[in-house]
Design a protein around this ligand. Structure first.
Ligand code: MTE
Ligand code: MO
Length: 296
């Protein structure tokens, strides 16, 4: 399972790789479409970016199989263009967007975030995307909007894993409106300066860095503003193991394993998991007054 890499890749090499992909991106077919406003952000001291290879070959995307290698092997059947995203529900301006319209409209930012999977592994990923809040503001939520519900494509021909009943399909996720509006919450359409590979959730996926990875729903076709807390795939499938909030919390163990530590992909030594995945200073105030052991 662990992909062995030399333990010490100098940051200079990583920078070179990133510049390489950016340059490739500008030269590539997407050059016109992606208006990149890249503000390089270094990850926390002592943290290296996970390699492009690991980010794109060690994935959870059950629509393409349950093995970590399955998405990179099988996601070529997904057709990320043309692609529509329907934004609807409790908003004044419902709209069906073409994904490239969204990508053009909202300037792409590079954000280096830790991704902590509930299975106790983690990565450091340079995403390209924009705050979900920008899009939500433009569609003008009504005062009834309290939550945001997201839906992945449902098409067993493109996503053969959906022919098997391992999860209820389509994959759905949700956030409280204030979580969705938080500036850390992104809609992502690229990584390492290039368009998002299919296995990472092309053409558009959510990234919520202080929550377990399963909240970061891939290949989104629908965003619906709603009044009530929406159902979410993993909490429907195993309600005692996965809650709606799923904030990274080293003090609340999964019923079958500890959440105290994590294995950073590409490293051998395990790291201590941080509350809210290290983003507590920015997001803990969203949950004041909530018992995070009960609302896990
Ligand atoms: N539609 C969909 N979205 C999904 C998943 C999935 O199986 N289907 N897996 C989730 C899980 S468990 C994780 S850890 C992250 C993994 O994202 P990555 O493969 O880009 O690292 O995607 C999340 N989004
Ligand atoms: Mo995950």
């Amino acid at each position: 399972m662990l992909i062995k890499r030399p333990p010490d890749i100098p940051t200079s090499e990583i920078t070179d790789e990133r510049l390489f992909w950016r340059r490739r991106d500008f030269l590539g077919a997407m050059a016109g479409a992606l208006a990149l406003h890249l503000v390089p952000r270094l990850p926390q001291q002592g943290e290296k970016l996970t390699s492009f290879e690991d980010i794109t070959t060690y994935n959870n995307f059950y629509e393409f199989g349950t093995d970590k290698k399955d998405p990179s092997r099988h996601a070529h059947t997904l057709r990320p263009r043309p692609w529509s995203v329907r934004v609807e529900g409790e908003i004044k301006k419902p709209k069906v967007y073409d994904v490239d319209e969204v990508i053009r409209r909202y300037p792409a930012q590079e954000r280096v975030y830790r991704l902590r999977c509930v299975e106790a592994w983690s990565m450091v990923i340079p995403w390209l995307g924009f705050p979900l809040a920008s899009l939500l503001r433009d569609v003008e939520p009504t005062s009834n909007a309290k939550f945001v519900a997201f839906t992945t494509l449902h098409d067993p021909e493109q996503m053969p894993g959906q022919k098997r009943g391992v999860l209820p399909w389509p994959y759905v996720e949700g956030l409280r409106l204030d979580e969705a509006m938080h500036p850390l919450t992104l809609l992502v359409h690229g990584l390492y300066g290039k368009p998002l590979p299919n296995q990472n959730g092309a053409p558009l996926r959510l990234v919520v860095p202080w929550k377990y990875g399963f909240k970061s729903i891939k290949s989104i076709v629908r965003i619906r503003l709603v009044r009530e807390q929406p159902p979410t795939t993993w909490s429907m499938s195993a309600p005692n193991e996965y809650g709606f909030y799923s904030n990274v919390n080293p003090d609340v163990d999964h019923p079958r394993w500890s959440q105290k530590r994590e294995r950073r992909i590409g490293e051998l030594r395990r790291r201590l998991t941080l509350p809210f995945n290290g983003y507590a200073d920015q997001v803990a105030s969203l949950y004041t007054g909530m018992d995070l052991r009960r609302t896990f």
